[in-house]
Design a protein around this ligand. Sequence first.
Ligand code: APR
Ligand code: ZN
Ligand code: ZN
Length: 367
Amino acid sequence: MKAKAAILFAVGQKLDIREVEVEPPRSGEVLIQMAAGGVCHSDLHVMTGHLAAQLPAILGHEGSAIVAEVGPGVTSVKRGDHVIPLWRLSCGICEYCSDGRPALCAEGTQIRMTGRLLDGTTRFKLDGVEIKHFAGVSSFSEYSVVPANAVLKIPDDFPLDRAALLGCGVITGVGAVFNAARVKPGSSVAIFGSGGVGINVIQGAAIAGAEKIIAVDRLANKLEFARQFGATHTLNAKETNPVEAIRVLTGGRGVDYAFEVIGLPATIRQAYDSLSKRGMAVVVGVAPMAMEVSVPIMTLVFEERVLTGSVYGSSRPRTDIPMLINLYRAGKLKLDALLTRRYPFSQINEAYEALERGEGLRSIVTF
Ligand code: APR
Ligand code: ZN
Ligand code: ZN
């Protein structure tokens, strides 16, 4: 079948909407009709070359969809089911899957690195030439073929526009709080970067019962959003040294948890420098490839500080996404205010330009 899809042909270019040929799903795969695609910074990292991907590829890894057709052997979902594609495929049986860390499964890495599905081929062609998948999702296409293990069925009455945000921004941010850091009630938290993902770290910290939630950003509009989502203090990194200001706000002690949700060595170091003894810094942002960060060994040893990272919210999506849906329905997780703008799919480049300018929080393209 034919589908309009946004292709990145080379680093530094805009997305090119072209009509591609989508092949039917093979064994263990499903054809999904995209409802909404989330505009996440990780796709932008690929466009600018900060993050490697096999090209040309149909980008997009956050989204919501309806199952259009299932391939041979698929019993977990059926035509008409509403689903969220999961950008980290997992096998379910390896040591990491068994231990509750499916985002570390080798199958996810394979699909991400090769741009092909597990059998080593793609389901997209343009003029007979192979087009790669992105993270096994490629949500910037009217139709996509994904492994059945990489879709999660959601309730039919759950709004598909807001569901799209759960698939990356929300699970990544809230999951980093719940699963990676395991933020304790009454604790202090600093968040570096209050964009689409960082804002979910902020609301995750609020849900977890953190007492002090200090949001850092360079843009005043983001800090305004941060307050709406539960930040108790905001710091503009353009005007103040956030590390010093965090020490002042915590009576010199430092915070129990610091999250870096930007993807820069300098802000990772700031997050680490903001910690109390035994504090934990969690890196969520994706830094340009080959970048390194250094930290003073003295505080690592004599203060027992922890520096770690979190991919895909260190989550188990099949239990975490239903939990997020429950939290939204209970009025505790903000999704309506998170979705600040919708664009028709034809305006996907405008959506990324607005993200680059720092407008809004999270936007989606609709099909
Ligand atoms: N100091 C403080 N804030 C900064 C700085 C800085 N030096 N540089 C950028 N920021 C802020 C931006 O103003 C913006 O609000 O970081 C935020 C980044 O947010 P978004 O652009 O909305 O990106 P998002 O989708 O949240 O992704 C953030 O997480 O998943 C990863 O790949 C993703 O690395 C990216 C990061
Ligand atoms: Zn993302
Ligand atoms: Zn596995």
